[in-house]
Design a protein around this ligand. Structure first.
Ligand code: S0N
Length: 272
């Protein structure tokens, strides 16, 4: 089905579009199989921040332009000493900031993998909440072959998803795996034909749009907290505070202060 995606903002390296409560971020560098450079990551980070701040956006899709690649990782043309070198000449690894945004955004993020998800591109789909892949998709890490590694989500979270042995195999051997193999391992949720990829992804978005946003937010936070240490607990605690603020009991404290009286917390029910 053709959808009338509206451009939210024009960027050099990504497309950022909206349709029916769904934001779609497309890495738009097909000439390098959607490899990212620092500018690409800055733009995706901004798009994630926009998606977080705008209540009309319920779900975010991350994908790549064309039918060859989702993302082939860091752009080897701009890999310098100390990181990937942007137009300002500064070497960076700012894809890590993007990983944090994907983890923190209190809305589901789906990787719509339409081809190679390799190297840092593989890490990107791993970090997303869900992955739907086309039959032609290929998955794998290349770090130890090209001189990099991701000891963060790309390995630790992957190991939580598919186990230590398989994660070590993926990283140590740097081989490629089919979409079907990736699904059997547990790192892909669903495999469909390339023609059906967007429809299948939208179908899952629409199902999640019918679910309770607060429940989705809390389950994402709880699942993250186990792995994200103090930072994960802070995010979960922030949402616990948000929910407390919604209670009359919390309002009483503020009201009493403004009315210059003692708060009466006794009148509220106890949940035992
Ligand atoms: C994707 C591959 C397997 C496709 O092979 P195929 O089909 O043979 O096509 P090619 O002819 O190789 O590629 C087509 C064109 O695209 C260019 N290209 C492909 N990938 C890149 C890339 N990553 N950078 C720049 N250009 C790329 C090709 O050059 C070719 O162009 P033309 O037609 O002009 O010759 C195959 O292409 C492949 O293996 N690609 C490289 C994959 C790779 O090694 N990526 C980098 C891996 N490392 C990272 O991503 C680093 C990330 C990182 O540093 C990091 C650090 C800390 C924490 C996290 C991370 C993180 O991983 O995120």
């Amino acid at each position: 089905m053709a959808r009338n995606w509206q451009t939210i903002k024009e960027y050099s390296d990504i497309l950022f579009q909206y349709w029916n409560g769904i934001a779609k971020i497309t890495i738009n560098r097909p000439e390098v199989y959607n490899a990212f450079r620092p500018e690409t990551n800055f733009q995706m980070i901004e798009a994630m921040e926009y998606s977080r701040e705008h209540p009309e956006i319920d779900v975010i899709i991350l994908t790549g332009a064309g039918d060859k690649a989702f993302c082939s990782g860091g752009d080897q043309n701009v890999k310098g000493v100390g990181g990937y070198v942007g137009e300002d000449g500064v070497p960076r690894l700012n894809v890590l900031e993007l990983h944090k945004k994907i983890r923190e955004i209190p809305k589901p993020v789906i990787a719509m993998v339409n081809g190679y998800a390799i190297g840092g591109g593989h890490v990107l789909h791993v970090v997303c909440d869900l992955t739907i892949a086309s039959e032609n998709a290929k998955f794998g890490q290349t770090g130890p072959k090209v001189g990099s590694f991701d000891g963060g989500f790309g390995s630790s979270y992957l190991a939580r998803s598919i186990g230590q042995k398989k994660t070590r195999e993926i990283w140590f051997l740097c081989q490629q795996y089919s979409a079907q193999e990736a699904m059997e391992m547990g790192m892909v949720n669903k495999v469909v034909s390339l023609e059906q990829l967007e429809d299948a992804t939208i179908e899952w978005c629409e199902i999640m749009q019918q679910r309770s946003p607060m429940a989705l937010r809390m389950i994402k936070r709880c699942l993250n907290a186990e792995l994200d240490g103090q930072h994960g607990l802070m995010q979960l605690a922030g949402d616990a505070t948000l929910m407390y603020y919604l209670m009359d009991e919390a309002q009483e404290g503020k009201k009493a202060f403004l009315e210059k009286r003692k708060p009466d917390f006794k009148k509220f029910p106890k949940f035992l």
